[in-house]
Design a protein around this ligand. Structure first.
Ligand SMILES: Nc1ncnc2c1ncn2[C@@H]1O[C@H](COP(=O)(O)OP(=O)(O)OP(=O)(O)O)[C@@H](O)[C@H]1O
Ligand SMILES: [Mg+2]
Length: 481
């Protein structure tokens, strides 16, 4: 008896190819109809359709990276009485609406496939929040109503359609595309982890601020309820065309490099493990494979933004490329959170390591001007490029923080969340101030502290040393009141 297992991969109504797994070895074969189709794309720049058959870790890891991770993966495996290492079985369960355009089916499911299925299960967003609270997690909730989880990542989340005007959430029941990703706030295990309860709010604040600072960030919103708060982000890999929702192909950088999700960090949050894929390799890949010439600079901005707000979770699965039709470009930036904010409480939940080495170091407080200069040299860039970006972005963030606060004040009504918003913005403001001060104190920028670029007034030595370089304390203080 053959011990081969097979999966079919589709995109829209077309077959992309099939996967054969035998004794843990994976082979992917592009379908001839896909190779010949005008709308087809490469699965990734390293899995090109000019070569019909691909195998090895590049394929196995490409597929593994479509799966949820960590405890969420374990729970899905348990719920379905399967092994959490069984990529094929887990893809049969979760592969219908993964990130990007690819859909994965077992042979059996493919036979019964109805394209253009419009079946949806709709509930009010309040019912969803209550359901998540009742069941303990978003994953438990969707499982309890007979739906399937789909997205990668380690956090609890649901892919869905969100109708803001009618306050409803819909779940396609037969492989239809979703348009939003929704994450409930985390539940604190004990009082030391209390700040984690602001996780949905933290992502909202960090993403909203990012939308003002970085070139391309999706729209986000927040739903407050007494049960669970929900962070909601629009999917940039979906395009709504009248009644049709088109999927757009994307892949993350673990998929690009052909490594497993376990290797997504160059440096883990605890600093305990060091991987082999960092900024230099990412930059080479983007330079080489992106059709968008501004992507290299935009990528450097993404690094600096993550550094300044202490998003230490900017690993290789939190940056992706998306199909342009003729090739690929960087996808909009997602999953940004001030992780440092959680350390502001009574306990160090996370050691404070950046996800990438900067000039050989990763501990946040160790990174200074020297390391950014070393990194610039190593990348063959102008030596002062990162320091210039730190200066300009610090000023921009400090100016934009009050605006973000005013924007969010209109959307957030619950007193706890309003206070939380102030707290997160204040943390970010202080973090930016500290980092710009540390990185720029020894450079040519030190003189600009003497004068405020906002109002052109001379600053006293006391306020100057407290300010973000180049900007007077006034707008910073607005948020700190
Ligand atoms: N707005 C978006 N549009 C399209 N795809 C997205 C969007 N946000 C995230 N994704 C995709 O979904 C995956 C999971 O989302 P996300 O990174 O937010 O989850 P997470 O569980 O918080 O991740 P992590 O494990 O990094 O904590 C991402 O790796 C990316 O491929
Ligand atoms: Mg992520």
């Amino acid at each position: 008896m053959s011990n081969e297992r097979k999966l079919i991969i589709t995109s829209g109504e077309k077959i992309v190819g099939d996967i054969i797994e035998k004794d843990g070895d994976f082979t992917f074969k592009y379908d001839d109809s896909w190779i010949g189709s005008k709308e087809s794309f490469d699965m990734s720049p390293k899995i090109k359709k000019t070569l019909k058959i691909h195998s090895g870790n590049q394929i196995k890891n490409f597929l593994e990276n479509l799966l949820p991770e960590g405890t969420i993966r374990k729970r899905i495996a348990e719920n379905n009485k399967t092994d959490d290492k069984d990529i094929i079985k887990l893809l049969e369960i979760t592969g219908r609406d993964a990130a990007g355009a690819l859909q994965v089916y077992s042979e059996e499911d493919f036979k019964n496939l109805k394209y253009k299925s419009s079946e949806v299960h709709t509930i009010s967003i309040d019912e969803l929040a209550t359901g998540i609270k009742r069941e303990g997690s978003a994953l438990n909730y969707i499982t309890s109503v007979g739906l399937k989880p789909s997205l990668s990542g380690a956090q609890d989340k649901i892919a869905c359609r969100y109708d803001k005007a009618n306050k409803t959430i819909s779940f396609p029941t037969n492989g239809g595309a979703t348009t939003h990703i929704l994450k409930p706030n985390s539940v604190a295990r004990d009082t030391h982890h209390k700040l984690l309860e602001l996780s949905a709010l933290n992502e909202l604040v960090s993403m909203r601020l990012a939308k003002k600072i970085l070139s391309n960030v999706p729209s986000t919103c927040f739903y407050e309820s007494t049960e669970r708060d929900l962070f909601i982000v629009e999917r940039y890999d979906r395009m709504v065309e009248k009644t049709d929702i088109k999927r757009i192909h994307q892949f993350d950088f673990c998929q690009y490099f052909g490594i497993g999700s376990a290797d997504k960090y160059e440096v883990s949050n605890s600093g305990g493990s060091i991987g082999s894929y960092g900024i230099k390799k990412l930059l080479e890949a983007i330079r080489d494979k992106s059709e968008e010439s501004l992507d290299v600079d935009s990528f450097l901005d993404w690094i600096i933004y993550n550094y300044l707000i202490e998003n230490t979770d900017s690993h290789l699965k939190n940056i992706s490329m998306i199909s342009t039709g003729s090739g690929f470009k960087l996808a909009p930036y997602y999953d940004m959170t001030s992780v440092g904010f959680y350390r502001d409480g009574a306990i160090f939940l996370f050691d404070n390591h950046f996800a990438f080495l900067i000039g050989g170091v990763s501990k946040m407080n160790d990174i200074g001007d020297h390391h950014w200069t070393l990194l610039a040299k190593d990348l063959g860039l102008a030596q002062g490029i990162f320091l210039e970006k730190i200066k300009n972005m610090s000023i921009k963030i400090s100016r934009d923080l009050p605006e973000v606060y005013n924007e969010l004040k209109k959307e957030i009504t619950n007193a706890k969340n309003l206070k939380g918003t102030e707290k997160i913005l204040k943390y970010i403001g202080t973090s930016v101030k500290e980092k710009s001060y540390r990185c720029l104190i020894n450079t040519k920028y030190k003189n600009i502290r003497e004068k405020c670029l906002e109002c052109d007034k001379a600053l006293s030595t006391k306020t100057a040393s407290k300010s973000v370089l180049g900007i007077g304390p006034e707008c910073l203080m607005k948020i700190e009141k």
